[in-house]
Design a binder for this molecule. Structure first.
Ligand code: NAG
Ligand code: NAG
Length: 353
């Protein structure tokens, strides 16, 4: 019995396995899908495992392969044995996705995208190699910026402005990685809307004029670069957080929230629409004040850490977002309809993962 370890070759494995079974009468194929070590399974059930992110495959059969054998086989299949550090995708498929800045949101997008398009490749472009191993474990092929010059049909830009020296240039660079076929989506911020009196705000509300505020300028300039490239922008609300014991913000500041999973499902729904030069809004349509949010957290009894209080009395207020237009056009609804709904379902959510 010979075990051939095709670690981190997930993209090739899909094409390889059927041939392998035919050519070598393989009796069983074992898959290792991190973190669970799956036992050997019959070739038939391979496809059922296929939807998981495969990072490593062990093929067992009665043949003993020489390296030369293997090379010939790979050659025959027009497949290169991938090298661990291979920076350039050998070929890009029609549903392949490049995630620029694959943080929490990008990783959830990657997971969902792979479920929707089994066998597709998902690439993650990062500034450093710090998280490359984690990305590989998720079935995302890490690329360092500048290391390749491929073009991808689907590109999502999820990097925050805080880690960028020139955000607009980074967005332009990401736009240059887009082939122009599927979609290019920039995850933007609702800070772009000019409203800070806790008043209503929707997709048509006025935006902050350029030049008023450095933080919003960064976002708006990046959005303009996206629109120039015919990409789309999704202005997203805050993703859920649980802060420190007290906070210098004022308690009556209205916030708009969206669960990470919903931010990801909305991004994917927009990507799939393949629209050009459009701006959407992502939120749960259930705005709450900071005080209300913390009251819900406290009441839920699901957190050990009890939030103390908000100490602020001044500063701008927020806005009450409504993204009914986005929902109607994209055909999207959040799974977590509100923050209290999320808290109610918290244990189930944990079990899901
Ligand atoms: C995207 O384009 C930039 C600029 O051309 C390039 O440096 C970068 O490597 C590209 N990224 C990928 C993943 O091809
Ligand atoms: C949280 O709940 C406890 C007990 O129900 C209460 O004593 C405390 O004042 C609450 N804290 C806040 C910040 O509302």
């Amino acid at each position: 019995m010979k075990w051939i370890n095709l670690i981190k070759c997930s993209l090739f494995v899909s094409r390889l396995v059927p041939f392998w079974i035919d050519c070598f009468h393989v009796t069983s194929i074992g898959l290792i899908s991190h973190p669970t070590l799956l036992p050997s399974i019959a070739p038939d059930s391979f496809t059922s495992f296929f939807h998981r992110s495969i990072i490593s495959v062990l093929v067992s059969c009665n043949h003993v392969f020489s390296d030369q054998h293997l090379q010939m086989l790979f050659y025959y299949l027009r497949i290169e044995v991938c090298k661990e550090k291979a920076p350039i995708p050998s070929s890009v498929g029609e549903n392949d996705l490049l995630i620029v800045g694959p943080g929490v949101l990008g990783r959830i997008v990657a997971e969902k995208w792979k479920k929707d398009y089994p066998g597709c490749q998902v690439f993650g472009q990062t500034l450093t190699t710090d998280h490359h191993d984690e990305l590989r474990e998720l079935g995302v092929q890490p690329l360092s910026s500048g290391s390749s010059i491929s073009k991808f049909p689907f590109v999502i830009f999820c990097a925050p402005p805080s880690k960028s020296l020139d955000y607009t240039a980074d967005v332009r660079s990401a736009a240059s990685n887009w082939s122009g076929e599927g979609s290019f989506l920039f995850t933007s911020s609702t800070a772009a809307y000019d409203c800070n009196d806790n008043g209503p705000c929707n997709e048509d509300s006025p935006i902050v004029p350029i030049g008023r505020n450095r933080r919003t300028d960064v976002i708006l300039n990046a959005e303009n670069a996206v629109l120039e490239a015919s990409g789309c922008s999704d202005r997203g609300a805050h993703v859920y957080w649980l802060g420190k014991g007290s906070d210098e913000n004022r308690p009556d500041h209205i916030l708009n929230l969206i669960h990470y999973e919903d931010a990801a499902s909305l991004s994917i729904a927009i990507l799939k629409k393949q629209l050009r030069g459009r701006i959407f809004m992502g939120c749960d349509n259930h705005p709450l004040s900071r005080q209300e949010i913390m009251d819900y957290v406290n009441k839920s009894g699901k957190f050990d850490r009890v939030f103390d209080k908000f100490t602020g009395t001044e500063g701008p207020l927020g806005k009450r977002l409504d993204n009914s237009k986005t929902r109607a056009e994209i055909g999207w609804e959040p799974k977590y309809s509100s923050f209290p709904f999320f808290l109610d379902h918290l244990t189930t959510t944990r079990d899901d993962h």
